[in-house]
Write a protein that binds this ligand. Structure first.
Ligand code: ATP
Length: 536
C-alpha cells in the first residue's frame, strides 16, 4: 500500500490533521478529525470494554491460570516529581542526540544513517534521515552537491558498501550532516531526557519543577494501595488506565507512529510471584488475539519475544506485538504494544527508592553520601492474602499499548483499492476502508434515492431510529447515489441503506454491504434491528 495515498485520504476525509496546521503545523503533534475521533474512540472503547467493563470475573478465560478481576483508574498527567525519580525516568529516560552547527537541526543519534562516498581522493560519510528505501535519492543528491558534480557524473562517485548508523562512525569530522553543506558540523552525541518539563504554580527553580507523564503506568503503581483498600479486589487482579502521555521525541516521524503527545492504554496486572510466568504467557496471547479479533491480519502481525540482552535489568521477559506498517521496509515491523514481566520492581521502588541491579539483584541506589539517591515513599505496598495470610510484594505483568499506533495500524489495514459497479452497472475503481464494524466511525448511512415522492421522509425516520439506538448514522440526499456509496466506502461505513421507489409499494429498503457489495431488501420496520444484528 502506498502510504502517501493513506495520508492524503486521512486529511481529505477528516481522519487526521496536522496540529495547528494554519500556523504551519507542529512537528510530532496530530489532531483527529471528525471521522478520526470516532475511529480512535471506538478503538479505546473496544479496549476498555474487552479488558475492563466487559470482563467476566467469575470464569477463567481460555489460557488463564484462574479467574481474575479488572478495575480502572484515571490519574493526573502531572504527578509528584519524586515518582519519576524513583521510577528511573528522571535519570534514564534518555535518547542520544546530535546537533548540526550549520543547519541548527537536531537528530536522534541512532537514526542518522549514511554511506561512505569517495571522489577524486576526497572521502565523506554522506548521511540522511530519509526513510528506508528512500535513502539513495537523498544521499546521491547530497553527494553530488558536496563534490560539486553534475548528475551526469554520478558514475564517478565510489560508494561504500552498506548504510551504517552514525554511532558506528567514529570520524565525526568526515561526516556530512543530513542538512549540511560542509563536513564535520555534527556535535558529539549528548543525552537528552524525553520528559517534557513544566512548572507548577508560581514557584521558581527546582521547587516547582514537574513533568508531563511519559507513561500512564506510574499512576497505577502509586495508587495500588488505594485500590486494594477501597475495593475488594484480591490478587490476581488488573488495573487499567488510558490517557495522554508525552515524550519529547527528538525526531518524530512516520505519521502518528512516533508522536510527542499520544495516548496509551495500559494494564498493570498484579499476581503472585509463583504464577507470574503463566500470567505473562496469558497476557501475551490474550493481547495478540485482541488485535486479530478486531481485524489486523495475522500475516502483518508478529509477537516478538525480546532476547535476554534486550531486556531491562528488572524484566524477566518482554514481548512486543508488532505490525508491518507500510512505511517500513519489507520484512520490518513496528511496535504496537509491549507486554513486560516487571517482577516486583515498580512496587518495591515506590516503597524503598530507586533500584539498580547489582550482582543480579535489585538494590536501592545510594548517592555519594551513602543515602538513597532517590527516596521511595516509605509506605508498605505489599499485599496480604486474607485467606492464606501470606504477605508478599505482587509481581506485575504490564501490557502497554498505544491508542494512536493502534489507530494507525487499523487505518493501514483497512485501506483497500478495488472495484465496484456504478449506477449503470459498470465496474469502477474505488477506495474502501474495510474497518471492523466495531471500529467503523459511521455504522450506517441512509439515502433517499431521490429528493421527492416522500422518500426523504422515510429515510429520515430510519436515520432517527438508528440514532435512538445509539448508532452513529449519517444521512445523505445529495448527488448521484453511486457517489454517495463511494463517499461512505472511503469513510469505512459498513452498511448503506437506500430508500427507493419500491419502498413506497412494499415498505422495503436495500441494505448494501460495504465489503461484499451485496444488496438485500429488508422491511423498513426491521431495518434498525437488522443493522444492530449485523454489527453484533
Ligand atoms: P519505541 O521503542 O517505539 O519508542 P517504547 O518501547 O519506548 O516504543 P513503551 O514505552 O513500551 O514504548 O510504550 C508503550 C506503547 O506506547 C508503545 O508500544 C506504543 O504503542 C506507545 N508509544 C510509545 N511512544 C510513542 C510515541 N512517541 N508515539 C506514539 N505512540 C507511542
Amino acid at each position: 500500500m502506498d502510504m502517501d495515498k493513506l495520508v492524503s485520504l486521512c486529511k481529505r476525509r477528516g481522519f487526521l490533521f496536522q496540529s495547528s496546521e494554519i500556523y504551519g503545523g507542529l512537528n510530532g503533534f496530530w489532531d483527529y478529525g471528525p471521522l478520526g475521533v470516532e475511529l480512535k474512540r471506538n478503538l479505546k472503547e473496544a479496549w476498555w470494554r474487552d479488558m475492563v467493563t466487559g470482563h467476566d470475573e467469575l470464569s477463567t478465560p481460555p489460557g488463564a491460570p484462574q479467574a481474575y478481576e479488572m478495575v480502572g483508574l484515571d490519574c493526573t498527567i502531572i504527578m509528584h516529581p519524586q515518582v519519576w525519580k524513583v521510577s528511573g525516568h528522571y535519570d534514564l529516560f534518555c535518547d542520544y542526540m546530535v546537533d548540526c552547527r550549520e543547519s541548527k537541526k537536531r537528530y536522534r543519534y541512532d537514526q542518522v544513517r549514511g554511506r561512505w562516498c569517495e571522489h577524486d581522493g576526497k572521502r565523506a560519510f554522506i548521511t540522511t534521515m530519509a526513510e528506508a528505501g528512500h535513502e539513495d535519492e537523498e544521499t546521491l543528491a547530497a553527494a553530488l552537491k558536496f563534490f560539486n558534480l553534475r548528475s551526469k557524473k554520478a558514475d564517478e562517485l565510489k560508494w561504500g558498501e552498506a548504510y551504517l548508523p552514525l554511532p558506528q562512525v567514529t570520524e565525526l569530522s568526515q561526516v556530512l550532516g543530513p542538512d549540511a553543506k560542509t563536513l564535520g558540523t555534527l556535535t558529539e552525541p549528548r543525552e537528552f531526557n524525553l520528559m517534557f518539563p513544566t512548572t507548577i504554580g508560581a514557584l521558581a527553580g527546582e521547587e516547582g519543577k514537574a513533568f508531563l507523564r511519559p507513561e500512564t503506568a506510574q499512576g497505577i503503581f502509586v495508587n495500588f494501595k488505594n485500590v486494594c483498600d477501597s475495593t475488594r479486589v484480591r490478587v490476581p487482579f488488573g488495573i487499567a488506565q488510558m490517557g495522554k502521555s508525552f515524550r519529547n521525541e527528538i525526531t518524530p516521524r512516520n505519521f502518528t507512529f512516533r508522536s510527542r503527545e499520544f495516548e496509551q492504554m495500559e494494564i498493570e496486572f498484579f499476581c503472585h510471584p509463583d504464577s507470574s510466568r503463566e500470567w505473562y504467557q496469558y497476557w501475551r496471547d490474550r493481547r495478540m488475539k485482541w488485535y486479530t479479533d478486531l481485524g489486523l491480519s495475522s500475516d502483518r502481525l508478529q509477537l516478538r519475544e525480546h532476547h535476554a540482552d534486550e531486556l531491562s535489568h528488572y524484566s524477566r521477559g518482554t514481548a512486543d506485538i508488532e505490525y508491518a506498517f507500510p512505511f517500513l521496509p519489507p520484512g520490518e515491523f513496528g511496535e504496537l504494544e509491549g507486554i513486560a514481566h516487571r517482577g516486583d520492581f515498580d512496587l518495591r521502588s515506590h516503597m524503598e527508592g530507586k533500584l539498580v541491579a547489582k550482582d543480579g539483584k535489585l538494590e536501592v541506589e545510594l548517592g555519594a553520601d551513602g543515602k538513597p539517591r532517590h527516596r521511595g515513599s516509605g509506605k508498605d505496598l505489599s499485599y496480604r492474602d486474607d485467606v492464606t495470610n501470606e504477605k508478599f510484594v505482587p509481581h506485575v505483568i504490564e501490557p502497554s499499548a498505544g491508542a494512536d499506533r493502534g489507530t494507525l495500524a487499523f487505518l493501514c489495514e483497512a485501506y483497500t483499492e478495488d472495484e465496484a459497479p456504478d449506477e449503470n452497472g459498470k465496474m469502477q475503481s474505488r477506495v474502501v476502508m474495510k474497518f471492523h464494524p466495531r471500529l467503523a466511525p459511521i455504522k450506517a448511512a441512509v439515502f433517499p434515492l431521490v429528493k421527492k415522492d416522500g422518500l426523504p421522509e422515510v429515510a429520515q425516520e430510519i436515520y432517527r431510529g438508528l440514532k435512538q439506538q445509539g448508532l452513529v448514522a449519517f444521512y445523505d440526499e445529495k448527488g448521484a447515489v453511486g457517489r454517495r456509496y463511494r463517499r461512505q466506502d472511503e469513510a469505512g461505513t459498513p452498511y448503506c441503506i437506500t430508500v427507493d421507489g419500491q419502498t413506497l409499494t412494499d415498505q422495503t429498503v436495500t441494505i448494501r454491504d460495504r465489503d461484499t457489495l451485496e444488496q438485500t431488501r429488508v422491511k423498513v420496520d426491521d431495518v434498525v434491528s437488522e443493522i444492530q444484528n449485523r454489527l453484533r
